[in-house]
Design a protein around this ligand. Structure first.
Ligand SMILES: [Zn+2]
Ligand SMILES: [Zn+2]
Ligand SMILES: [Zn+2]
Length: 360
């Protein structure tokens, strides 16, 4: 660990892609009145008789949409959501009254049972299984976009553990298809588009290059002391032939990690099976590191990819798909809700070093 990592950091870091999503990094103890999420006792059961998502209980789930593999016993199963947050029937349209506006909640909401084993952590799944899971996401995204051209965004996400809002203990993911592009994807798309117009480069590619090659020593002008030292690869957690896992410099969640393809690619739908096999290895190792450091990671992850529709057709050169992994270790306080500024009590540099130190 370089000496800069042991110093107290107290600074507001601006997210280079979405400046409004910034973070206050304050490693001084005083910022720690927050209650950490409680650890939950580990559930090791492979099969639970009463669980509707376990193999053998197929008649207890809503109608099946698809399963993988196509033949024989299923390993991954996709079903309709019993309690969808969005409806599939377009009704009377939008409602406006006074200054209030409401857009009709039209779209699709589906559940993917990630594994036939009840309680298997992501890093315990085989690489082949993880590749199949991310292939299943890809396949369904493609079908949903093709099924209805009013759908502009298909969001794939996973909530794992009660602290991350996982309400069903059996490991699963969800897919939500909406006629509007979620605001945070929209912000990323628009800001990266502007960056491309100005500098002729994809900001994600530029950030990857920086993470893999940038090195700097910044001195204090008056005292001549080292203010900050940035080592090559300081933010890199994992790397493969085609992917890199990075700890963002302005991470909103203390253990947040992003995985991006090294070669520029805007749309997750373009991810070929060989690429997903390589991706699966990086994700598995990243999750194993997070799980070891956090002694049982509870997290959300989601895929950000180029939205569909005419308004986004030209962002193929400026947008770059990625997976964001957000482990949940603290509960946001009034400071965060009131200011929109997230607080991180560990510096992203220290967090990255700790994740890299895990022996796999
Ligand atoms: Zn189960
Ligand atoms: Zn790029
Ligand atoms: Zn993103």
């Amino acid at each position: 660990m370089s000496e800069s990592n042991t110093k107290i950091v107290r600074e507001i870091r601006i997210n280079p892609i979405v400046p409004t999503e910034s973070v206050l990094v304050a490693t001084a103890r005083g910022m720690r009145p927050r209650k950490a999420e409680e650890r939950v006792a580990r559930d090791d059961r492979l099969h639970v008789e009463t669980c509707p998502f376990c193999r053998g209980n197929e008649d207890k789930t809503p109608p099946v949409i698809a399963h993988w593999p196509a033949e024989g016993d299923w390993e991954i199963r996709m079903v309709e959501n019993l309690y969808p947050v969005l409806g599939s029937n377009p009704g009377d349209g939008n409602v406006n009254f006074g200054l209030q506006q409401a857009i009709e909640g039209y779209g699709r909401h589906e559940v993917i049972i990630d594994h036939h084993h009840h309680s298997v952590r992501l890093h315990e799944m085989s690489e082949q299984h993880i590749a199949m899971l991310f292939g299943a996401y890809r396949e369904r995204m493609e079908q949903l976009y093709a099924s209805d051209n009013r759908l502009k965004y298909v969001l794939v996400f996973k909530n794992y553990g009660p602290a991350a809002g996982g309400s069903i203990p059996h490991t699963h993911s969800q897919i939500i298809a909406t006629p509007v592009v979620p605001q945070n994807v929209h912000d990323e798309v628009e800001n990266s588009r502007r960056h491309h117009q100005k500098y002729g480069q994809c900001i994600f590619c530029a950030l990857i290059d920086e993470a893999l090659s940038y090195e700097a020593t910044i001195y204090d002008r008056k005292s001549g002391e080292i203010k900050r030292k940035i080592d090559v690869g300081q933010y890199v957690i994992e790397r493969s032939e085609h992917f890199v896992a990075i700890k963002p410099f302005a991470s909103r969640y203390e253990w947040e990690v992003h995985i991006l393809p090294l070669e520029h690619a805007p749309d997750y739908l373009q991810a070929a099976p060989e690429l997903l096999t390589d991706f699966a290895g990086v994700l598995k190792r990243t999750m194993a590191r997070l799980d070891a450091v956090l002694e049982g990671a509870q997290y959300n992850y989601f895929i950000h990819s180029q939205p569909h529709g005419e308004a986004f057709a030209d962002c193929g050169k400026s947008y770059h798909w990625h997976l964001e992994i957000c482990p949940r270790t603290t509960i946001p306080t009034g400071f965060e809700l009131g200011s929109g500024l997230f607080v991180s009590t560990i510096s992203p540099e220290d967090a990255a070093a700790k994740l890299r130190e895990v022996v796999l």
